[in-house]
Design a protein around this ligand. Structure first.
Ligand code: MSP
Length: 519
């Protein structure tokens, strides 16, 4: 790959990316989209689904442009939080991870999200990728051992400085505790010797990268936030924890007393997804770096600062875009399990269907600013956009075509008249291919839906066949015979209504987005 070659042949100790080469990669036929990998300490909620659906929508849009897309998602399974969550349930950490990881896969299925790789940080090939990256950073001279002191939050898996924490009164105990200002999570003073990464060495190059690539971090409020963080300066980053404190993680190679910092471990998943370190598995090597990395605004520091710094240090190319969306709130408040205002994505998908939920999330989700979740709004979207504008489209179009055709014909506007017929045919073609009946045919549960799609598609042919008889009598006679339309059913009036002998329309399966009894 050109970018890699460039870096490898560079004589400099600290490598500078060539932005022209990165831009060139952007036009390759392969695209790579990523979602964050989700913590398994809690069940999936609507916020997780948002990141995933945005990524899948971008993936599908690349497909529209004829690209071959790989998409990675997965679960982030190491760290104290997860160790503790498993302990609480009297489970082995891996047992617990298997269970929750599976529920994220189930959510993808329910939401019609397709991925090419589901990375679990407990997988063997991922651990190998992390160790390979670690060794590369070590070899390139970016690690040193140092004393690390700071306010550590188990929940955020992050160290904070004095200026990033504050004292508050704990609501439950009434005691004074220290918390992170950014996340509100409790922190405790921690001092240990561990490995440090020379993050400070990358400040200028990160700034240059962001300034030269105006759309590398979007939306722009997030880009500005990262620029401000960089301008404040960067301290070196602690990238290991003492094993005595954290056992549930990947061991530092040849240093059995240290565990690799969970964020270095987790970020590597984007490399694992392409088969890094590309020894045997080179199939997706050229898909790296990612074209779009969808993340939430809360994890921008890790993705827009640490991650590109690790990549530069490992002489790897940088992501082309980091899309950091805002959050879903509920009643304008942050969603959290303790407030009891998290939305279960499985329930809403069950109620409104995957497409309607996907559409609502992408249409109304906050990209730059937080969006407030409301089921009422899903219902409004459903009624106004989906039932109102779209669902009845093919149904109505078939019914309306005969009269539209006839009016234009009577006015002797032949061209217009035939365009009504061919618009209906192309709409029916689209309807047919969008609904992929060949897929539905594989699953007996989808029989009803399959019948509906075949019904409308054949009805469009029948109506067109009837209306086109006067102009193309011999071919249309063939069409109608093939469709089994008897000669007494080939009149104009037959084209103004559905032939319900072919298949009576049921109450609920006659339209794409059925009317729901909404509460
Ligand atoms: N494990 C890390 C990510 C590591 S990626 C190398 C993590 N996991 S998470 O499960 O806490 O969050 C995953 C994603 O869900 C993030 O993009 C986060 O922003 C998103 N959301 C979690 N709650 C959210 C909302 N309420 N609204 C929108 N998205 C939010 O962070």
């Amino acid at each position: 790959m050109q970018v890699l070659k460039f870096w490898n042949t560079s004589k400099q100790k600290l490598y500078k990316p060539d932005y022209r080469l990165i831009a060139k990669c952007a036009s390759s036929t392969k695209a790579f989209v990523t979602t964050p990998i989700y913590y398994v300490n809690a069940a999936p909620h609507i916020g997780h689904l948002y990141s995933t659906v945005l990524a899948d929508t971008i993936r599908r849009n690349y497909i529209l442009h004829g690209k071959d897309v790989i998409m990675s998602t997965g679960t982030d399974e190491h760290g104290l939080k997860i160790q503790q969550a498993a302990n609480k349930r009297n489970m082995e950490p891996i047992e617990f991870c298997n269970q929750v990881s599976e529920s994220f896969k189930t959510l993808c299925k329910a939401a019609n999200v397709e991925y090419t790789s589901f990375e679990r940080t407990t997988n063997k090939h991922h651990k190998e990728a992390v160790k390979a990256l670690w060794n590369k950073l070590l070899l390139n001279g970016y690690f040193y051992k140092g004393k690390h002191e700071g306010w550590y939050s188990i929940s955020d898996e992050a160290f904070y400085t004095n200026s990033q924490v504050q004292e508050v009164i704990d609501e439950k105990t009434g005691q004074k505790i220290m918390v992170s200002i950014e996340t509100g999570q409790p922190v405790e003073w921690t001092s240990e010797e561990n490995f440090k990464f020379r993050l400070s060495a990358f400040r200028d190059r990160l700034l240059e990268w962001i300034e030269k690539n105006p759309t590398v971090i979007v939306p722009s409020n997030r880009r500005n936030e990262v620029i401000s963080l960089l301008k404040l300066g960067l301290s070196d980053l602690s990238v290991s924890r003492l094993r005595s404190r954290l056992q549930w993680g990947i061991k530092v190679p040849n240093e059995s007393e240290h565990t690799i910092y969970v964020w270095l471990d987790a970020l590597t998943n984007y490399l694992t997804a392409t088969g890094y370190p590309w020894l045997k598995d080179i199939k997706n090597k050229d898909a790296f770096p990612p074209d779009v990395q969808v993340i939430g605004k809360d994890i921008i520091r890790f993705h827009a600062i640490y991650w590109p710094a690790f990549l530069m240090a490992a002489e790897l190319p940088l992501p082309k875009q980091i899309l950091a969306h805002a959050h879903w709130t509920m009643g304008k408040q942050k969603m959290s399990k303790s407030r009891g205002n998290v939305v279960n994505p499985f329930q809403i998908i069950k109620k409104y269907g995957a497409d309607a939920v996907r559409y609502y999330l992408v249409r109304d989700g906050g990209l730059a600013d937080d969006g407030d979740y409301s089921e009422e709004m899903i219902q409004t979207r459903y009624k106004k956009d989906l039932i109102g504008q779209f669902d009845t489209m093919i149904h109505n179009q078939i019914l309306e075509t005969a009269n539209n055709f006839n009016n234009a014909f009577e006015d002797r506007e032949f061209s217009k008249a035939y365009s009504y017929v061919f618009d209906m045919i192309s709409q029916a073609n689209k309807y047919f291919s969008d609904n992929e009946p060949w897929r539905l045919a594989k699953n007996p549960e989808d029989k009803e839906r399959l019948d509906t799609i075949l019904f409308y598609s054949l009805e469009a042919c029948r109506v067109a066949g009837i209306l086109l008889q006067p102009v193309m009598p011999s071919k249309m006679a063939c069409v109608l015979t093939r469709l089994g339309v008897s000669s007494d059913k080939r009149y104009f009036k037959d084209a103004t209504q559905f032939d319900l002998t072919k298949r009576p329309l049921g109450e609920t399966d006659s339209v794409l987005f059925p009317k729901l009894t909404m509460t």
